[in-house]
Design a protein around this ligand. Structure first.
Ligand code: PEP
Length: 246
C-alpha cells in the first residue's frame, strides 16, 4: 500500500504519521511512503516499523549537470527502496513521456530501486473508448525496449480522471483494466502478467478500499490524499491486510 504524499507534509507531521502507523504494523501488507525529495533521508532515521519508502520521481541520468533532478543512486544511498515513475501529474504537468520512462526504469534497477510505473487514461480518452489503446501504448513504449524483463517491476493503474477528484473507478472498471494489463504483459513476455503486481490508484479512501482490494486482480493501492490522514490511511492499510489474510 503506497502513500504518495505529493508536494505535501513537513518532516514533523510526516514523522507523526509514520510513527503512529508503525505501532500496529500490518501482518501481510507492505506499506511504502513517498515523501518530497528534500526529506527523503529523514525517513531512514524514523521508526517506520516494517514500512519502506521511496522517491516520487528520479532522473534517468546517473549524475552531473542536471539541476533540480534527483539521482536513483542518491535515493538508494538515503535508504529508499522504491520509486514512482510516470505519475500522471509528471506526465501532464512536466511533459514526461513513456519513452523517457524506459530510461528511468533502467536507472532505478541499476541502483536497486523497485520502480512503480504509473499508467492510465484521461477522461477524454475513456469517453472516446480509447482507454485500452492508450494503456497498451503506454506499456509498449515504456517496456518494449527492456524485454525480456527479469528484474522486479510494479505497475499502478491510475485513471487520470480518478486522481484527486473523489471519483473512483468502479470495481468492474478497475478489474477490467487490470486484467487487460495482465494480458498485454503476457503478450509481451510469457508469464509477465502473472508475476507483476498491479496497484490501483485514484481516490482510494476508507470507504471504497475493501471493495477494491478484495479483488484478486488488484494487488494493492497507490493512495494520494487519503495517505496524508493518519486515521484514513490506517483504515485503508487494515482493510487491505484483512483482504490479503482472507
Ligand atoms: C495519486 O496521487 O497517485 C492518487 C491516486 O491520488 P488520490 O488518491 O488523491 O486520488
Amino acid at each position: 500500500m503506497a502513500g504518495n504524499w505529493k508536494m505535501n507534509l513537513f518532516p514533523s507531521t510526516a514523522q507523526d504519521l509514520v510513527e503512529s502507523l508503525a505501532v500496529e504494523a500490518p501482518k501481510h501488507t507492505q506499506v511504502i511512503y513517498f515523501p518530497q525529495a528534500p526529506f527523503l533521508g529523514c525517513l531512514q532515521q524514523w521508526n517506520l516499523g516494517k514500512a519502506q519508502f521511496g522517491a516520487q520521481n528520479i532522473s534517468s541520468q546517473s549524475s552531473g549537470a542536471f539541476t533540480g533532478e534527483t539521482s536513483a543512486e542518491l535515493v538508494h544511498a538515503l535508504g529508499g527502496q522504491f520509486t514512482l515513475l510516470g505519475h500522471s501529474e509528471r506526465r501532464t504537468l512536466f511533459g514526461e513521456t513513456s519513452a523517457q520512462l524506459q530510461d528511468k526504469i533502467v536507472a532505478a534497477w541499476k541502483h536497486q530501486l523497485l520502480p512503480i510505473l504509473c499508467i492510465g487514461e484521461t477522461l477524454e480518452e475513456r469517453e472516446d473508448e480509447r482507454h485500452f489503446e492508450v494503456i497498451k501504448n503506454q506499456l509498449m513504449e515504456s517496456l518494449h525496449g527492456l524485454l525480456p524483463i527479469s528484474a522486479d517491476l510494479i505497475l499502478a493503474y491510475e485513471p487520470v480522471w480518478a486522481i484527486g477528484t473523489g471519483k473512483t473507478a468502479s470495481v468492474e472498471q478497475a478489474v477490467e483494466v487490470h486484467r487487460f494489463i495482465r494480458s498485454v504483459l503476457n503478450e509481451m513476455q510469457v508469464g509477465l502478467g502473472e508475476t507483476t503486481s498491479i496497484l490501483y490508484g485514484g481516490s482510494v479512501n476508507a470507504g471504497n478500499a475493501k471493495e477494491l482490494f478484495s479483488q484478486s486482480d488488484i494487488d494493492g493501492g497507490l493512495v494520494g490524499g487519503a495517505s496524508l490522514k493518519i486515521e484514513d490511511f490506517r483504515t485503508i492499510i487494515q482493510l487491505q491486510d484483512e483482504c490479503l489474510h482472507a
